[in-house]
Every structure is written in C-alpha cells, then in structure tokens.
Design a protein around this ligand. Structure first.
Ligand code: CDP
Ligand code: MG
Length: 140
C-alpha cells in the first residue's frame, strides 16, 4: 500500500445534472480525499490536448465536443492506492459493464457520457495533475 494521488474529472453530463456532491460522496466513502478541486469550462482545443492519446480513435472528435459542452470539475484525489481505488469506484468505461454501486453504474448515461475520468497509471496521474493544477493548489 502506498499513499498516492490521482487525477479525476467530473464530466459535463454529471455537472449538468447537478451530481457533483453525489459523486464526491462516493470518493470520500471509499477513503479518497479531495485535495484539490476546481470547476472549469474547457475549450474544445484544451479537451483535445488532454485526450490526445485517443486522437486516432473514431470517438475522439465527439469526446472533445462533449468535454467542452459544459463545465467540468477537475480534482486531485489522495489515498492509499488512489489510482486503482479510484478506477474501482468509477466502474467500467461502459456503464452497461460497470459493477453495481460504482459511479458509472449509478450515474453514467452512455459509454461516451460516462460521468467521470480517472488516471490509469502513475505516469498519467502525474502528467494529468500537472496539466490542471500547480503544486501550490494541492492541499493534502
Ligand atoms: O475513461 P476510461 O479510462 O475508462 O476509458 P478510455 O478508454 O481511456 O476512454 C476515454 C473516454 O473516451 C471514455 O471515458 C469515454 O468518455 C470515451 N469513449 C467513447 O466515447 N467511446 C468509446 N468506445 C470508448 C471511450
Ligand atoms: Mg482512460
């Protein structure tokens, strides 16, 4: 076990439906501490830069449009094994495959509009946190 930090986004489908508090409760119930959080409205170009790893995928353009369609809440979560734990709390990418009780099982609308993003590994967590937050904004 190791104390880790991971990057999280509450996506536009969830902010539109006023689900920020319900989703944050899931993180906190799982022992993840929200050590940084801000609500921002990405441009399509900023969303495209964030998701550039998916640039060649057929859903990329739609994903960038969606991520820029309403405000998001960008967050840093801290806890024991936070990266993996957050992926568990989120549930599978496609809500139809997500385990009961996970955020995506309870709230996601579709495979694209699936309420949350979470980093998938230590290197991406570090890179994604740095894209949205300065060190001074991380209050552990
Ligand atoms: O978010 P996660 O890491 O679970 O999935 P991903 O494979 O890294 O894909 C990133 C995001 O692209 C997903 O969360 C969806 O919003 C979107 N996506 C999509 O629109 N259609 C797919 N077939 C797969 C992913
Ligand atoms: Mg991913």
């Amino acid at each position: 076990m190791a104390l880790e930090r991971t990057f999280s986004i509450i996506k536009p489908d969830a902010t539109r439906r006023n689900l920020t508090g319900k989703i944050n409760a899931k993180f906190e119930e799982a022992g993840l501490r929200i050590i940084a959080q801000k609500r921002i409205h990405l441009t399509k170009a900023q969303a495209g830069e964030f998701y550039k790893v998916h640039a060649a995928r057929p859903f990329y353009d739609e994903l960038c449009e969606f991520m820029a369609s309403a405000p998001i809440v960008a967050q840093v979560l801290e806890g024991e094994d936070a990266i993996l734990k957050n992926r568990e709390v989120m549930g599978a990418t496609n809500p139809a495959d997500a385990a009961p009780g996970t955020i995506r099982a309870e709230f996601a609308e579709s495979v694209g509009e699936n309420s949350v993003h979470g980093s998938d590994a230590p290197d991406t967590a570090k890179e994604e946190i740095a894209y949205f937050f300065s060190g001074l904004e991380l209050v552990g």
